[in-house]
Design a protein around this ligand. Sequence first.
Ligand code: NAD
Ligand code: UDP
Ligand code: UDP
Length: 323
Amino acid sequence: MAMGRKRVLVTGGAGFLGSHLCEQLLEAGQDVLCVDNYFTGRRENIAHLLANPRFEVMRHDITFPLHVEVDEIYNLACPASPVHYQYDPVQTTKVSVIGAINMLGLAKRTGARILQASTSEIYGDPEVHPQTEEYCGNVNPLGPRACYDEGKRCAETLFFDYARKHRVRIRVIRIFNTYGPRLHDSDGRVVSNFILQALRGEDITLYGDGSQTRAFCYVDDLIRGMTAMMRADDDVTGPINLGNPHEISMLTLAQHVIALTGSRSRIVNRPLPQNDPTQRCPDITRARQVLDWAPRVPLEEGLRRTIAYFTERLTEQRAEAAA
Ligand code: NAD
Ligand code: UDP
Ligand code: UDP
């Protein structure tokens, strides 16, 4: 191995964020081992990286032990959208908790730095806006989102206990809604839903009255924050919020998507799902101070790039169907 080149493990590397991370790490000259069980990940997401001799892929479920030699671990393996994580809720809790234990055990044995992809969902349906890292959250432990929220909360507990008890070098980031190319086309998340509906000329399904807000971060910005966190000094454990503080209502998002696609789709109202947070927005003061990080890509630009990706995917799918 060349001096300075690190062996980096990315769990969930064939997923949306993981595939962008693998790409960025390879561009930075690292050796990348992508581990994925393909539950929600896709081979096409990483197909363009396979020719790179510094890239390796392993099919593996991280709820089982993994023995490899690495210098850094990015732990991203976990379905992220409600449709996917509620499909098998027990497996969702397992991947968050047992997966974290295995990856922390691996970090403990190898001395690798380990970063946990935690989530804004650990704040639940927050009563405080915007959310700072000190806020402990408002999670319903019994609701349909609990397998994800509580699993991720327990993973954070494990990270800090491994740091205190075993001196594992941990990093915890709390990711807020992120979007961009390679978002799933069938996982029901709002950005992919609205774009696909607009491109197909279908009705745009707005849940509730659309007054609930989210703040969307473009994927390139998020990955830049994630790698900055890994490079930070060892006293920087986090948790650190990473997201875009520019908050918009779902109605406004729907209107933007219609305008940018030039679609003739209509907006129709559908029932609001149970426990759907009414407002979510990160306070990124800590990320600005500690990592000198802030998002750069404006929503309109990010939406344009994402629309271009989905337009291409739809063209490919139509060509395949016609063949
Ligand atoms: P994704 O579903 O596209 O990626 C998750 C990946 O993990 C997939 O490739 C999947 O196949 C893999 N995986 C699932 N279970 C596994 C297991 N047991 N063993 C090995 N691999 C497994 O989701 P994403 O949006 O890329 O999210 C990545 C991480 O970031 C997740 O941990 C998620 O909780 C976190 N996150 C994402 C967002 C977001 O807006 N995208 C927000 C907050 C947190
Ligand atoms: N583990 C792993 N890879 C390793 C080292 C450990 O998957 O390289 C797993 C191990 O199987 C265990 C978990 O990580 O289930 C936690 O390891 P730790 O050493 O903390 O706990 P112990 O083995 O003492 O239970
Ligand atoms: N949403 C919507 N229409 C859709 C999909 C989602 O109005 O077709 C809403 C959803 O109710 C929520 C917001 O958009 O208020 C974001 O939903 P998503 O599932 O993308 O993310 P999360 O709820 O996890 O933030």
